[in-house]
Write a protein that binds this ligand. Structure first.
Ligand SMILES: *Cc1c(COP(=O)(O)O)cnc(C)c1O
Length: 417
């Protein structure tokens, strides 16, 4: 382990924290080289929806890998991508008629921003400004950092980030300030508004009302500002419905999906767009086409995994599993709520979160201390600063969830004072 040459993401190697080696996984359980059994309480960073090594997804990957592994996607197509596009059309909001493939949440957002700006250029309208929500997170590339919260994560890159208009987060009771700020920005001719619907993930599992989201969508529509829903984290049932947007009864102009798209098995993303976005790039002028591609766009093996995910949604009781998980989360979070170290317990669907003690920044040592304590108890939990959240795969059983919360309670006793 100490002789590895790997440079890990979001890891300060100088602290010498242990980096366990995972050998295999099934369902909600990971197995490490030293024989430990660890419950994956964060779905391997929010991607694993149905559980690890789901047999239908694993089989689909094996079948497709032996048949067609990769093919250029500019000017070529293949059955797994066609099947997936048709499946997404049937499942996702009906106004999202076009499916553009890429390979991560960040690229799906980059694509969304480029589509929005291309749309205004080709329509001959001067609209460049992007509006964002405070505390948002949309990825770690330069473009997605530009539309996300600024802080310790991106201080070094600040000179490269483009300017955006930021509106305040709609905390309960003060949602009107966000609405007013959005209205002002849209009236000034903003090109697009990008938002994580109902739950801001990396921003600290911050939750806001569906009515506010609906109002934001309405304002954008009135002023022609394109509404981009980044459902990279919230999509695929996380918030209790397939999309968080459903709970506000809205359809975005552009939708970003990734994490759970393949059930969490392989990297893949889509940016779904409504017809006007496509129409603005459509014509006989090559200069008007959408200039974006990556080498692995719509990789057939990843598409096959995504098709298996869609099959699971159609054939297995996924909604029931989500409802059960949401109910068990509510029960255990409710018990924990009276603990003196627990502040602002909150839940939406399968996501439960709370803050620990006094507010501390992401870089405080509380998070790594808690992470180590959870790991000693056989639970993979990775607090965001002083925010602890539980977001397991939907296949988890009530006993396993109880083990997670038993560990959380013990750790709260230890850190609380
Ligand atoms: C994780 C995440 C992204 C970035 O996805 P990657 O696959 O890590 O690039 C974008 N938006 C949201 C809301 C996310 O949670």
């Amino acid at each position: 382990m100490t002789h590895s040459s790997i440079w890990h993401p979001f890891t300060q190697h100088g602290l010498g924290e242990p980096i366990p080696k995972v050998t295999h996984a099934e369902g909600a359980v990971l197995h490490t080289e030293d024989g430990a059994r660890v419950i994956d309480a964060i779905s391997s960073w929010w991607v694993t929806t149905h559980g690890h090594a789901h047999p239908k997804i694993a089989a689909a990957i094996a079948r497709q890998a032996a048949r067609l592994d990769q093919i250029i996607f500019a000017g070529w197509t293949h059955e797994p991508a066609e099947e997936l596009a048709a499946g997404l059309r049937a499942m996702m909001p009906s106004s999202l008629t076009r499916v553009f493939f890429s390979d991560s949440g960040s690229t799906s957002v980059e694509v969304a921003l480029k589509m929005a700006l291309g749309h205004w250029l080709h329509r001959g309208e001067e609209r460049h400004r992007i509006v964002v929500l405070d505390n948002g997170y949309h990825g770690d590339t330069i473009g997605t950092m530009s539309v996300g919260a600024r802080g310790a994560f991106n201080r070094a890159y600040e000179p490269l980030l483009f300017d955006v208009t930021s509106i305040p987060f709609p905390y309960a009771g003060v949602g009107q300030a966000a609405i007013d700020a959005l209205e002002a920005a849209c009236r000034d001719g903003a090109a697009a508004f990008i938002v994580e619907p109902l739950v801001l993930g990396a921003g600290g599992m911050l939750m806001y009302a569906a009515e506010t989201l609906a109002e934001m969508r309405r304002i954008c529509a009135v002023h022609g500002t394109l509404f981009i829903a980044d459902e990279v984290m919230t999509g695929w049932g996380r918030t209790g419905t397939l999309l968080a947007c459903e709970q506000a009864g809205i359809e975005p102009d552009i939708l970003c999906l990734s994490k759970g798209l393949t059930g969490g098995a392989l990297p893949l993303a889509v940016t779904m767009a409504s017809e006007p976005l496509y129409a603005a790039h459509y014509g006989t002028d090559r200069g008007q086409m959408f200039f974006h591609s990556s080498s692995y766009t719509a990789n057939p093996v990843a598409c096959a995994a995504a098709n298996a995910n869609l099959t699971i949604w159609r054939e297995e009781p996924v909604e029931q599993r989500i409802a059960n998980l949401a109910q068990w989360q509510a029960k255990r979070l409710g018990k924990l709520a009276s603990h003196h170290s627990v502040r602002d317990p909150r839940q939406l669907g399968t996501i439960a979160a709370f803050d620990v003690g006094a507010a501390e920044g992401y870089l405080s040592d509380l998070a790594p201390r808690m992470l180590a304590m959870f790991r000693e108890r056989g639970v993979l939990l990775r607090p965001l600063g002083n925010t602890v959240y539980v977001m397991p795969p939907y296949c988890i059983g009530e006993e396993e969830l109880d083990m997670i919360y038993d560990a959380v309670s013990e750790v709260m006793d230890l850190v609380g004072s």
